[in-house]
Design a protein around this ligand. Sequence first.
Ligand code: SF4
Ligand code: SF4
Length: 58
Amino acid sequence: MAARINRDLCTGCGQCVDTCPVEAISLDDEGVAVVDAELCVDCDKCVDVCPVEAISLD
Ligand code: SF4
Ligand code: SF4
């Protein structure tokens, strides 16, 4: 499992990038958050911090 980003909801605010303890999230060329599934440890912190509920763990 890894965190998943809903690209239609993400505003590119960067809060999840700053919050992730393993630096698994970055903003892509379009300013949308992307998760490196190899790094994600399913900690749920990005899900909690996203102001538009664009992130889920499934
Ligand atoms: S669930 Fe945790 S480790 Fe995975 S991307 Fe979100 S903050 Fe990073
Ligand atoms: S916190 Fe949410 S809205 Fe902000 S960059 Fe991350 S996924 Fe996008």
